[in-house]
Structure formats: structure tokens, C-alpha cells
Write a protein that binds this ligand. Structure first.
Ligand SMILES: Cc1ncc(COP(=O)(O)O)c(C=O)c1O
Length: 445
């Protein structure tokens, strides 16, 4: 396998792009492969190497690299008509109508250009409508590259997680452990009249995949109601992936005030959205006073791709296919772990999967979750499975990055390069792809 072209491109990139890349996770070691094109479930790099892809653009590519014909046709039509105007178009309304029809808590939306922009605007809206400054986030949760959420530490000691974020910003954010209702309750007891919102993903998707324990989201809802805070659900990853067209909120019966979207809702083009009840979303300018604006927001090409993407999913067996294959993959990996690495935890749901290199093996596998940890208390592995972001950080994360990922790549399988980011099955993947992947896991684990 030659990598000369990729190495040369990275060398050139290092002179003109920060770190040689445009998003930090892409800078895999010793150098990333540069993609020349996609083909179904595969990517082909600049040296002609072909990899089975489970990164899938970090989530947006529900169909893999070949878009369904109606999506391609709609994109081409909108490009041909002129890419954008600075005036509204019908396709924005159609897409919003579709989303509002399917996602239980969403009556109204504002489209933006990234998941980050969506969470920035959602936090601003929550602060504006409550007249409060503090937000609660989950340790290990991720909501994009924004000042209010790049904060780590304990509830009483928040710290910026990047240079350049003032302590003065971080002090308004309270990080709590995911799945820990008691700590959340204590935080509300101390700061109830200062908290504008609790912001969480339904499933932590950027720190392994951590499922919610039963009742956790209900507890968030109840505490928000009791103290007059907003519940903001970040469905940037889970939106239109977990729970099908109803998203994770439909699957887990969560009732947020605001929902943030990104990734799949734009069909592979840059996108974000804030959805919720009209009572709140209408408060964005120009209807209300909470400033929100963007040159590219509701871009017609993105809206056409997103709308046709979701419409295609509504009319075909897309979710059955991706979820079925991912289940086959998760249970196959769980069987391999049982034989070869009993301390590891297979995680994921719907079309998401990952293996956390947890360190403690249970004594028995009786009645364990067979196709991905579901945080069942009755499971024989319950005491060992990761429940918070910190539990995942305590795993053998180096082994993933330095050994496992590299070895899988040498077998033409492209996984996310660190222990934390989720992997995705697309509509282009096949049973044969899954079986080949399982063979590789068997060799490498
Ligand atoms: C849950 C979640 N929220 C927000 C974001 C930020 O989205 P974007 O990278 O489009 O800004 C991400 C990105 O991965 C995410 O996973």
C-alpha cells in the first residue's frame, strides 16, 4: 500500500493550513490519507487505496458516498438555478414543514450552517427567554466549537477547555456527570434561579457512545420545569439517525423545549438548525428580539439535499437496513470480545457503533446486552460499563489510536481515529462488508 501522494499533500498542507487540516480530528498519525473520492461505502485515497468507510463524514452521510438519485437531481437543479440569493426560497419552507411534521417537539425551526451555530443560538435563546446566564452541560458532552460549552471540570469549578475562552465565560457553565440525577438535583438546589438551560445530547456521541440510564431525561425535564429552565436537546448526531425520522426524542420519549440539529438534516452539506415550540423559536429576530442571522442560512442547495434525503428515508427501508447491519456488527464484535477481550464494552444503538477499551472484565456474561451496552441495571456487566464521559476517558484510549486503528486501516477499514468518536453504518454498506469487518476485528482485537 503506497501513501506517497497523501504524505506529499500533507506536507504541502502543513505549510498553508493550520496543522495541515481544516478540522482537528482529521490529523491522524503519522499523517492522514487524503481522499480523492467516495464510492458507496468506500473512500479511495490519493494513492488509489480503497477503504471501507465507517467514519461517514462523522455522521452526515446516511447513504454513504452515493446519494440517492432524487437527492443528486435536486442538488444539481438548485446549483444550476444559481446557488443562493439572500432571499427566501420554497425549499426552505418544504424542509421545515417536513421536519416539523416528523420530530415530536418541533413546531418551528431556524436553519443555520453548522451544529456549532445551532447550539450557540440555542444557548442565546435560552438565556434570553429566561433572563438567566448559567447553563448546565454534561462532562464529556460536545456541542461544537463554542465558548459556552467548551468548558470542563466539576460543578463548582468549571474551567475553559481551550485557551482563548475567558474564565468569565466558563463561570456561567456548570459541567455535571451524565446519568447522575443526584448531582443535577444538587446543582439546581444551589443555582436554580440562575440556570437558563440544561444542554445535553440524548446519547453521548463524542465520548464513546454512552446511553442514558432509564429515567435520566425525565429527571432533566422535571428539574427544568421545577426551576423554570429550558431543556435543550442536542440531536446533531442522533437527529434522523437514532429513532428514524422522529429522532432520539421520539425513541426515548424526551420532551425538550429546544432541539439542535446538524449533520443528516443537510444531506451531506453544511447545516445546522434550532427547532422547538413556536413560543420560543419565534423569539429569534425578526419576529422576536433575540439576534440570529446568517448569509448562508437556509442555503437552497443544502435545503434541497436535506429535504430529499429525509423524504427518501421516509419512502424506503433505510433505517431498517442501517440499523440491522449495525446490530449484526455490534453483536459480532461482542462475540469476538467475549472470546478475546472480555474487558471491552461494545456500545452503540441504531446505526452507531464503537468498542470502548474498558479495563475491568466482569465475572460472567450472563444476560449481558448482546448488541451494544444499553445501561440495563440487570445486565451482568452493569458495574463495568461506561456511564459517563470520564468512564470512557479511563479506558485504554492510546491502544485504540496507536495500535488498533492503524491495524484496521492496514486491513482497508477506515474507523474514527480515536476512542471517542462514534462510527456509522450507511445505506451503502452490505452484509458482506460487515462480515469482512468482523474478520478484521477478530485479527486485530
Ligand atoms: C452533538 C454535537 N453537537 C454539535 C456539534 C457541532 O457540529 P458542527 O461540527 O457541525 O459545528 C457536533 C459535532 O460533531 C456534535 O456531535
Amino acid at each position: 500500500m503506497s501513501h506517497e501522494q497523501s504524505r506529499d499533500l500533507y506536507d504541502r498542507g502543513l505549510s498553508v493550513l493550520a496543522g495541515g487540516v481544516n478540522s482537528s480530528v482529521r490529523a491522524t498519525k503519522p499523517y492522514p490519507f487524503f481522499v480523492q473520492r467516495g464510492d458507496g461505502a468506500h473512500v479511495i485515497d490519493a494513492d488509489g487505496n480503497r477503504y471501507l468507510d465507517y467514519v461517514m463524514g462523522y455522521g452526515p452521510l446516511l447513504y454513504g458516498h452515493d446519494l440517492p438519485e432524487p437527492v443528486t437531481a435536486a442538488v444539481q437543479q438548485h446549483v444550476a438555478e444559481g446557488p443562493m440569493y439572500g432571499a427566501p426560497t420554497e425549499i426552505e419552507v418544504k424542509h421545515a414543514e417536513f421536519v416539523a411534521r416528523h420530530v415530536p417537539s418541533v413546531e418551528m425551526l431556524r436553519f443555520v450552517n453548522s451544529g456549532t451555530e445551532a447550539t450557540v443560538s440555542a444557548v442565546r435563546l435560552a438565556r434570553a427567554v429566561t433572563g438567566r446566564d448559567k447553563i448546565v452541560v454534561m462532562q464529556g458532552g460536545y456541542h461544537g466549537a463554542q465558548e459556552s460549552t467548551l468548558v470542563e471540570g466539576e460543578p463548582g469549578h468549571p474551567e475553559p477547555s481551550s485557551p482563548g475562552i475567558p474564565e468569565d465565560f466558563a463561570k456561567h457553565t456548570i459541567p455535571v456527570p451524565f446519568n447522575d440525577t443526584e448531582t443535577l438535583r444538587e446543582v439546581f438546589e444551589h443555582h436554580g434561579d440562575e440556570i437558563a438551560a440544561v444542554l445535553t445530547e440524548p446519547i453521548l456521541g463524542n465520548v464513546g457512545i454512552v446511553m442514558p440510564e432509564d429515567g435520566y431525561h425525565d429527571a432533566i425535564r422535571e428539574l427544568c420545569d421545577e426551576y423554570g429552565a429550558l431543556f435543550v436537546l442536542d440531536e446533531v448526531i442522533t437527529g434522523f439517525r437514532v429513532g428514524g425520522l422522529q429522532c432520539a426524542q421520539g425513541r426515548f420519549d424526551i420532551e425538550p423545549d429546544l432541539t439542535t440539529f446538524g449533520k443528516i438534516i443537510g444531506g451531506g452539506f453544511p447545516v445546522g438548525a434550532i427547532g422547538g415550540t413556536a413560543e420560543y423559536v419565534e423569539q429569534f429576530t425578526p419576529g422576536g428580539e433575540v439576534f440570529q442571522s446568517g448569509t448562508f442560512s437556509g442555503h437552497p442547495v443544502t435545503m434541497a439535499a436535506g429535504y430529499e434525503n429525509l423524504k427518501y428515508a421516509a419512502e424506503h427501508d433505510v433505517y431498517d437496513h442501517v440499523n440491522g447491519l449495525a446490530e449484526r456488527l455490534r453483536s459480532g464484535i461482542a462475540d469476538i470480545c467475549e472470546d478475546q477481550a472480555p474487558e471491552y464494552t461494545v456500545v452503540g444503538t441504531a446505526s452507531m457503533f464503537k468498542t470502548i477499551f474498558t479495563r475491568d472484565a466482569p465475572d460472567t456474561f450472563d444476560d449481558h446486552c448482546e448488541s451494544g451496552c444499553a445501561q440495563r441495571e440487570s445486565c451482568s456487566r452493569f458495574d463495568h460499563c461506561p456511564k459517563t464521559g470520564d468512564d470512557v476517558r479511563d479506558a485504554a484510549t492510546d491502544r485504540w489510536e496507536r495500535v488498533f486503528w492503524q491495524e484496521m486501516k492496514d486491513r482497508d477499514i477506515f474507523l474514527t481515529a480515536n476512542q471517542f468518536e462514534s462510527q456509522f453504518v450507511s445505506y451503502s454498506h452490505t452484509e458482506a462488508d460487515v462480515d469482512r469487518t468482523l474478520e478484521a476485528y477478530k485479527e486485530v482485537l
